[in-house]
Design a protein around this ligand. Sequence first.
Ligand SMILES: *Cc1c(COP(=O)(O)O)cnc(C)c1O
Length: 339
Amino acid sequence: MAELDWGRLGFAYVPTEYRYVSRYKDGAWDEGALVTDANITLSECACVFQYCQACFEGLKAFRTKDGDVVCFRPDQNAKRMVDSAKRLVMPPFPEDRFVDAVKQLVLANKDMVPPYGTGASLYIRPFMIGTNPVIGVKPATEFEFRMFCTPVGAYFKGGATPVAVKVSDFDRAAPHGTGHIKAGLNYAMSLYQTELAHHEGYAENLYLDPATRTKVEETGGANFIFITKDGKLVTPKSGSILPSITRRSLMYVAQHYLGMEVEEREVYFSELEDFAEAGLCGTAAVISPVGRIHDHGRDILLPSGMEEVGPVIKKLYDTYVAIQHAQIEAPEGWILKIC
Ligand SMILES: *Cc1c(COP(=O)(O)O)cnc(C)c1O
């Protein structure tokens, strides 16, 4: 295993030795290969630079107690990337090849999978870009699919501390109905708002549905989950939020491991003050508890508070992390053993 201070890793790019690359030209993907060059050389007029034709994914590999290296639900990322690519007029990268690339990549960089017990993991970043020059507005005809990995530290060192979020006056995603795809363009559209929120002391923006501004959507990069006072998990249903794999998996864990009732439905902003706990979910942090929601001069304080994570979210989090590390049995097909 590599000599790194695993316990002190943050969430920053640390280049690893190998990355996977496949190129699309003349209507077909090439066979793909692991390469060592971390740089990409492209025309200044490449479609990705001019018209942002790009999408990405994010997933993690873990080391288990027994020293095995496992990956969590890569097939789900493969499927979601197909959806993103189609929406951006890019050729889908075959799902089975995506999963195979994850295996090759993690195996080649296995020394960079952090040890069990450090809370650290190997973050895998697949992405796809339009590479040939286009000056008139149109999709590229040549593409690059690439996947690299970088070790990342435990998101919360010494336990999760609840965050505060604020209601944004802007919409999250680019207009044109791209809110459900995982693409840098949606992040580019929210960077300004995110900086504003940080400047005012909030971890994230809560975006409302653009049409009526009465329903909760998500934040810049994470979906919401809420816990009712009688212990039910409620999460917003919307066609314009990113379908989080963490959220989908947490819903399953809540229902099948913890015996909770689960509801995916429209969540009105006016309901928030009735919930007992709130959290933001995504691959990076699993769940960040939310203790306070700021809405134009008014604060909604969740009963779980800003001091520590609420009991239901804590239990969900612990169960989920144990499944990811193969400490408790995972549902069929969730854990891909790499080596
Ligand atoms: C990636 C992402 C999430 C979280 O999705 P996971 O699959 O759980 O990592 C949520 N919202 C947005 C906008 C995202 O890009």
